[in-house]
Design a protein around this ligand. Structure first.
Ligand code: EPS
Length: 435
């Protein structure tokens, strides 16, 4: 839910709301998405493709061999199109059959729940703070929901947001820029579509020269019972100028993106454009000169999505008001510039260590080694897929905020009208210069 989702004069004015439910070893995960326009073509195949991408990556644990994440529609879709009503999706947990007794919703004997109790909280996980806050004796009551398994439902919701953005020529992709301390050097011009290239590698780096070293470090961390973090870059191309707003703090798109991305489990930092480096350089080396000589670029020319050769709409996303560089990462004043959005997200190493760190045993009060649950050595490649989903949800929300519409057709008319007006403004300026 976006910040402006709060009651507005008693009227719910939120464009896009999404929520998730489900425990890691519960029966299923659920994603609920409200606010999509009617008439958006959707398919389970489209959602499943994203779910499968989230399960990939070198360094994942045994759970990913058990699951075959697939979505089941519960509501809001008919004959392959959204109805404008809430879309509910279910993703069953195959592992549930191994956990039915431990995770039983009701227990004839409370003792049944004593199996697989977690009393030695893992430093870095929500275990200890969760049991203190929620007054539980078993940290399983916390970790089942804190588990990154929940991100499956986020990716399902994000897939619908991506589908909407795809209609407007927006392509969102990601690639790993560092893992386990090994830094990749991606090509200066990123491939289009980005994910076709990144998904070819099981580390999702766009630099073959470092792949073997990353794999070596993951293998070494596994042997040592350790875990690894890393950074991912998310790029959204084909975004029109003017999403988000400077008028109120809660409508600034950079704040909305950072908040949503920071909510991904284990994410500790988000950078936009130059990010932290911008703080170290003078303004003349940071801000992007605006250059009318660069002229206009047809909408959709950055994005060749869903196999389409032609953008689904005409016009100019930036109306010629282009920048020579993109240090701003596509955002000025909390508003999109029409240049690609470029965001980097940093993930700490997963907090379940097979060679565990010291902790307190909540049953005895004594020092003990933290509990080791089955987990991943690293999930940085998967985090990129999750970050794409979160970015898509923010952008879809911002598109709906600007262009509204109960149906996709109405939204498209509003969008086309805006893009045409940008183009007309640019043409009038050119006439002035030339005539
Ligand atoms: C995950 C499922 C989990 C973990 C991982 C992500 O499955 P299980 O706990 O059964 O092994 O592999 O969760 C965590 C990293 C965590 O810290 O909780 C998934 O589906 O992504």
């Amino acid at each position: 839910m976006t910040p402006q989702a709060e009651a507005h004069c008693g009227i719910n004015r939120v464009p896009l709301i999404f929520s998730t439910a489900g425990e890691s070893h519960g029966k299923a995960l659920v994603a609920l998405v409200q606010g999509l326009p009617a008439g958006l073509p959707v398919s389970a195949e489209w959602v499943d493709r994203e779910l499968v991408r989230r399960m990939q990556g070198y360094g994942r644990g045994a759970r990913m061999k058990i699951e075959r994440d697939r979505v089941e529609w519960l509501s809001g879709v008919r004959a392959g199109e959204t109805l404008g009503s809430p879309v509910a999706m279910l993703i069953p947990n195959r592992d549930w059959s191994n956990w039915e007794d431990v995770m039983a919703h009701e227990a004839a004997e409370p003792g049944e729940l004593r199996r697989r109790r977690v009393t030695r909280p893992r430093p870095g996980h929500a275990d200890l703070v969760g049991v203190l806050k929620y007054d539980r004796v078993d940290a399983r009551d916390i970790l089942e929901r804190a588990s990154a398994r929940e991100t499956t439902a986020r990716v399902a919701a994000g897939a619908l947001a991506k589908r909407l953005l795809d209609e407007f020529g927006i392509e969102i992709g990601s690639h790993v820029v560092s893992l386990g301390g090994v830094r990749a050097t991606p090509p200066a011009e990123l491939p289009v579509p980005l994910n076709d290239a990144a998904d070819r590698s099981e580390t999702r780096v766009l630099d073959p020269s470092v792949e073997a070293e990353i794999v070596r470090r993951i293998d070494a961390a596994k042997r040592a019972g350790d875990t690894l973090g890393g950074e991912v870059e998310i790029v959204a191309r084909g975004v029109v100028v003017g999403l988000g707003s400077h008028v109120s703090w809660d409508r600034k798109l950079d704040g909305r993106l950072a908040g949503m991305l920071m909510s991904i489990p284990a994410v500790k930092a988000v950078e936009i454009g130059l990010g932290v480096e911008a703080a170290r350089r003078p303004g003349s080396e940071v801000h992007d000169p605006i250059d009318p000589a660069l002229g206009g670029v047809p909408a959709g020319s950055h994005a060749r999505v869903a196999g389409r050769d032609h953008p689904p709409h005409g016009g100019d996303l930036r109306a010629g008001f282009r920048r020579r560089t993109n240090n701003a990462g596509g955002l000025e004043g909390g508003i999109t510039t029409g240049e690609p959005l470029v965001i980097r997200v940093a993930m700490k190493p997963i907090s379940t260590l097979m060679s565990p760190l010291p902790t307190v045993d909540l049953a005895t009060g004594r020092t003990a080694n933290a509990q080791s649950e089955r987990s991943d050595v690293t999930a940085v490649p998967a985090m990129g897929v999750i970050a794409e989903a979160m970015t898509a949800l923010v952008l879809a929300d911002a598109m709906l905020e600007k262009f509204g519409g109960d149906s996709l057709g109405e939204m498209r008319r509003n969008f086309d009208g805006y893009v045409a007006s940008l183009g007309a403004r640019w043409s009038a300026l050119r006439d002035e210069v030339e005539g």
